[in-house]
Design a protein around this ligand. Structure first.
Ligand code: DX5
Ligand code: ZN
Length: 221
């Protein structure tokens, strides 16, 4: 499934805090809560100091879910691997501006492969670094923690970049936030213009995932 058209607020649970031995079941539970997107964190132990999953796991999950697969590549050399993630079943691929050598070319390649494209900014990376590329994307991801681990503390200064990013891209491109999002932090990012809300620990760290998603949804209103 493709990302929903802009204009709605979407909660995208991140499986990073899910039970990796039961990933298909974990995704089925959030699907039953009515989410449209699941956020899949890919880490290579090089761009970030942690290692998660790659295309073989995503390909197996693809058989179990029709949700939009939002693949967040926290990897060096994303252009080298992008096609393998598309083949595995990614619907949307976000790569980091800090990691890409030729971001425009990679966005074009992803579109050519039939995948939507996203560029991502770390907390210390200025909005200026995506001025040319953000308008070419389908979604821009503003990190609100330093990438690599779940359940970190929300960085308000990083979240404040959502407002200028929204101004840069207008209403037709999604703006996603990722890191430290829960019912207490989500109102701020929504007020800045975020419409795609990644939540890992605030969903999969709770016993009742459906109630957790509904609590985040309610806090967006
Ligand atoms: C962090 C990942 C996030 C992570 C967020 O590097 O990109 O997607 O799962 O986790 P929480 O919501 O727990 O901060
Ligand atoms: Zn992520």
């Amino acid at each position: 499934m493709r990302l929903p058209e802009p204009g709605t607020i979407e909660i995208a649970p991140s499986i990073l805090s899910a039970d990796f031995a039961r990933l298909a079941d974990e995704i089925a539970v959030v699907e039953s809560a009515g989410v449209n997107i699941v956020h899949l964190d890919v880490m290579d132990g090089h761009f970030v100091p942690n290692i998660t999953i790659g295309p073989p796991v995503i390909a197996k999950l693809r058989r179990c879910s029709t949700l939009a697969f939002d693949c967040h590549l926290m990897i060096s050399e994303p252009a080298e691997y992008a096609e393998r993630f598309v083949d595995a079943g990614a619907d949307h691929i976000t790569f980091h501006v800090e990691a890409a050598r030729q971001p425009e070319k990679l966005i074009e390649k992803l579109h050519h492969l039939g995948c939507t494209a996203g560029i991502c900014l770390n907390p210390d990376t200025p909005v200026d670094s995506i001025r040319q590329t953000a308008p070419l994307c389908d979604m821009v991801l503003v990190m609100t923690v330093n990438p690599g681990f779940g359940a970190q503390k929300f960085i308000p200064e990083a979240a404040a970049k959502v407002a200028p990013v929204r101004q840069l891209v207008g209403p037709a491109i999604r703006v996603e936030v990722d890191g430290g999002i829960d019912p207490t932090t989500v109102p701020t990012v929504v007020s800045y213009g975020a419409d795609t809300i990644v939540a890992g620990n605030a969903v999969f760290g709770k016993k009742d995932r459906i109630a957790a998603i509904n609590a985040i949804r309610d806090a967006c209103k």
